[in-house]
Structure formats: C-alpha cells, structure tokens
Design a protein around this ligand. Sequence first.
Ligand code: GLN
Length: 192
Amino acid sequence: MNVGVLALQGDFREHLAALAECGVNATPVKTAEEIKSIDALVIPGGESTTISKLAKSFDLFDLIKSRIASGLPTYGSCAGMIMVAKSIKDPASGQETFGGINIEVERNAFGRQVDSFEEDLEFKGLTGPKFRAVFIRAPWVAKSGEGVEVLSEIDGHAVAVRQGKVLATSFHPELTSDNRIHRYFIEEMCNK
Ligand code: GLN
C-alpha cells in the first residue's frame, strides 16, 4: 500500500513522518501521475484556500475530487478537513472543496482569542488515554448530514468525523508523537 500525502502546501512532512512511524509506505504527491498511483491520500493542515488554488493551477483538482468520490481512502487534518468537506460556511471567494464527507465546515471557528490551543479529547474507537489534540486556527463541523459518524466533539461541535473511506479531524495529530489517529485511518479506512 502506498499512502500519498498531498504536498502542495502545509505540514505534509509531519504527516509523512507519522505514517512512516506507523510502518506504512508514505510518499509526498503533487503530480497527476503520482496521485493516480496511490492507494490512500492524506491532505495536511495548512491553508485551505492555498491548497485549493494550487490544486487548480496544477490541474489536479478534478482528479483528486474524482479519486475521493470513487472511494480512495482519504484523511484530512485541519485545512485537510476543509478540503474533504462537502461545503464551507462563508467560503473565501472562489474557494472550492474536493468533498468526500457530507459536512459543512466553518473555518477558523474557534475564534481569534483561541487561535491555537490543546485539548484532551475522547475519540470514539481509540483505546488508551484521551487524545491530546492540537488546534491551530481550526475549523469545526457546522452541520453534518446523513451518513456521517461523529468521532469526537468539543462543546457540542464535531471535531472528528468519518464517512465511508474518508476521515477528517479539525486538529493536527501529525504535530504530536501520538500516532493513534494515523493508525486508526490505516486500520479503519485503508485495511478494511
Ligand atoms: N484556517 C486554516 C484554513 O482555513 C486551517 C488552519 C490549519 O490547517 N491549521 O485553511
């Protein structure tokens, strides 16, 4: 299995390191050929407007969108969550998403005062202690539609969701040494 980490912008190196620690073959991807050849995709944290623009200007947008729609196991963290959402509340002008999960996300939802914070989360399906999650100008799920399973929430706002082969988190497990979410993705979305 070859997991591609979308390497247009954002913290793709950290995802590559986390996946390598989980013992899977992970490579950065940024060409159509590379994206056609992968068995799973990770979309990193970063800036969703930039990822969206670069995917369009490199002519990758429709390819990624259609690979996800045809069942490519995909995990998006933070900006990556925005990219796999069906829609964005108040999107930037022209900002589009690949889709994959039937959710509407709100960008920078936690507000300026709490630009960045850490929280110990219950995460459905993970065993062991709570997951120490790092949030940086994070989105939350404003609405989730049919077929979406909420895995974790803060004050009633979903911050981790799954649907079919797609997983999304508002936070950045790639920035901590706890690889349980990456393992969850591999076991639940890629190996089943
Ligand atoms: N606020 C960013 C966006 O809207 C996401 C931030 C992040 O990935 N840490 O794309």
